[in-house]
Design a protein around this ligand. Sequence first.
Ligand code: IPD
Ligand code: CA
Ligand code: CA
Length: 261
Amino acid sequence: MEERREILDFAGEIALDAGAILLKGFRSSGLVVTYKGVSNPVTSTDRESEDFLFARIRGRFPDHGVIAEEGSRVKGAGDYLWYLDPLDGTTNFAHGVEHFSVSIGVYSQRERRPVAGVVYDPCRRELFSALAHGGAFLNGEGIRVSATEDLSRSLIATGFPYDKNLSYENNLAQLGRILPRVQCVRRFGSAALDLCYVAAGRFDAYWEMKVSPWDIAAGCLIAEEAGARVTRFDGSPYDIEVPEVLAASSGLHGRLLELLA
Ligand code: IPD
Ligand code: CA
Ligand code: CA
């Protein structure tokens, strides 16, 4: 636990510094936006944040592996593998919308699960964090999922995949089944923050398909540690390498699973 606490503290420290890099690039005239796909942007700030995080982690934990969204990769000799999303919510960022985050999840290859995670929202100065079996926190205060059992009063988050124009597997069928039955659905644009908002009881649930490990590694752990049930769409435990996730308070999880199936 001591070693993991040290890892978590370090992850929190570098997430705050990466958040400062994001704020420096946000709405700046020097921001360069290019496209990885028709609707999938990447900015000069994504890369700056990633280079910073990668170098810091390599410097401090040279035997840890790292996998980052924009391509930085290293295999480590040890158990831990860091999944980095240097800027989660790039579409918002590129449009000047204040809702994005830095997401850092540390995965144990032996246990096959994330064991430490932080998600930092630099616009609101909110640092969400969790250690496996250690609870979930927002700026150091414990957080908990909502207790609601009434689907019709629930606020649910989701996202749409970048290949929505190419594939019919674009979440519209699931949205069509869920939207009429809940208070409303939100698409805020940062999967990592969606999961943290479930953890904090702001959203009652979140589902998404075609997510990547760096989107959800930290957020799944944070939501789970806050008391959410976090699974695949068949109800089996979440696996960050499987690109689908439902995180919900236990009072809503079963009903939402039926609607997703
Ligand atoms: C995206 C965001 C979005 C989610 C997408 C992700 P990015 O990450 O988390 O909310 O719907 O699935 O890919 O590209 O902004 O890092
Ligand atoms: Ca992402
Ligand atoms: Ca990203």
